[in-house]
Design a protein around this ligand. Structure first.
Ligand SMILES: *Cc1c(COP(=O)(O)O)cnc(C)c1O
Length: 385
């Protein structure tokens, strides 16, 4: 059986976690700030708040940016539901911008057109969430320019993106955004089992991220409204959550971060092998924009169905029957029943819907062997030729 993604855990990772188990702090100890520092060192942002998932990171990011009922959050349909749900958690309304047919990322031209209409109708978004699909950055410069023109904030969903570059700079440096969010789920680039992080260069946002991840409670006397009653004193000044990451998770994260460059290099090697093996098959390979160095979380192919005698479903099922556990990233968010009930319809975002009819994520993880890749290629060739 070959999964589409899986973690790579070393003896050093195991030791890091067991050492925490023997230490004084299982949570709220020293490992969380160490993990935050390790991520800041790589991505170049000035502040970081580790949380228990990227979903939580997206939520606290929206809260930090003061997303409120009546506001709009826009994202891409071609993402995991969490990128959109964070808006709903805040009572905001959600809308989508269709993808670019080459990169499968949120299309800046379509964003510009939609903004122009929204401006006339008085429903401009407060937040836009570009998602770096597979770890290839969106066209952040273009989206950033539009944010200045139309006055929205940007949260980069870089759940796939740690270790990737955009225009020679690391994804997550927040040069073109207010906040960037990472996921450390086991299928992602580095893992802390469950885990996420929000990074920013803005000290006020950093303070708010920290508040919302832990009950809205502060011990910072500059944020308190009253003088302290005593040394035990703290104040709740916002309605926050318990989204904290444990020290067990953070220790695993710190240890994994030491191999980030290797993980991404191995993913590139695997992508190059696939490119070579698959180049003559009637499929579209993942196109890489020259501005980008992808983290290659996913290797997504698109079937050229007019040249294949099988359906998308048949190809997918035949691969699964051969124990190649391919996957599909993503079901367009607006087509889920929950979003359909909100009024979205099939046909609203045709590029994302077309992509969904053709896309397959092949196995992609650092320990995938050449033999396994050959097996994927041979099996796929037999199915579609
Ligand atoms: C995985 C993922 C998330 C959610 O991450 P969790 O850490 O599992 O909450 C959000 N957005 C995208 C694009 C993802 O791939």
């Amino acid at each position: 059986m070959i999964p589409y993604g899986r973690q790579d855990i070393s003896q050093q990772d195991i030791n890091a976690v067991t050492n925490v188990l023997k230490s004084d702090f299982l949570t709220q100890g020293p490992k969380v700030p160490l993990f935050e520092q390790a991520v800041m060192d790589v991505c170049g942002a000035k502040y970081a708040a580790a949380v228990n998932s990227a979903t939580s990171a997206l939520h606290v990011a929206c809260l930090a940016l003061d997303l409120k009922p009546g506001d709009w959050l826009w994202t891409t349909p071609n993402t995991f539901v969490a990128s959109a749900n964070c808006g709903l958690y805040c009572g905001a309304k959600v809308d989508f911008v269709d993808i670019d047919p080459k990169t499968y990322n949120l299309c800046p031209q379509k964003l510009a057109e939609k903004l122009e209409i929204a401006k006339k109708e008085g429903r401009l978004p407060k937040i836009v969430v570009p998602v770096h699909l597979s770890g290839q950055s969106c066209d952040m410069e273009a989206i950033f320019k539009l944010s200045k023109e139309y006055g929205f904030k940007i949260i980069e969903d870089a759940s796939h993106g740690i270790g990737g570059n955009y225009k020679g700079e690391p994804i997550g440096n927040c040069q073109y955004s207010d906040i960037t969010v990472f996921s450390f789920h086991p299928v992602k680039i580095v893992t802390s089992a469950e885990g996420g992080m929000a990074v920013t260069n803005d000290p006020n946002l950093a303070e708010r991220l920290e508040l919302f991840r832990s009950h809205g409670v502060t011990r910072n006397k500059y944020l308190m409204t009253k003088p302290a009653d005593g040394p035990w004193y703290y104040e709740q000044i916002e309605l926050g959550y318990n989204y904290r990451m444990t020290d067990l998770q953070a220790a695993l994260g710190v240890s994994q971060m030491q191999r980030l460059d290797c993980f991404v290099a191995e993913r590139h090697h695997i992508a190059q092998c696939y490119d070579r093996l698959l180049k003559d098959l009637p499929i579209t390979l993942p196109w890489q924009h020259p501005d980008n160095y992808s983290a290659f979380h996913l290797y997504v192919i698109r079937l050229q169905l007019d040249k294949i005698a099988k359906t998308h479903l048949e190809v997918f099922e035949a691969l699964r029957e051969a124990d190649i556990l391919v996957n599909l990233h993503y079901i367009p968010v607006h087509t889920h029943p929950y979003y359909q009930k909100m009024g979205f319809e099939m046909g609203d975002f045709p590029e994302s819907e077309q992509y969904y009819k053709e896309a397959i994520s092949l196995p992609m993880f650092p320990t995938l062997t050449e033999e396994q890749q050959d097996w994927v290629f041979e099996t796929l060739r037999e199915i579609i030729l």
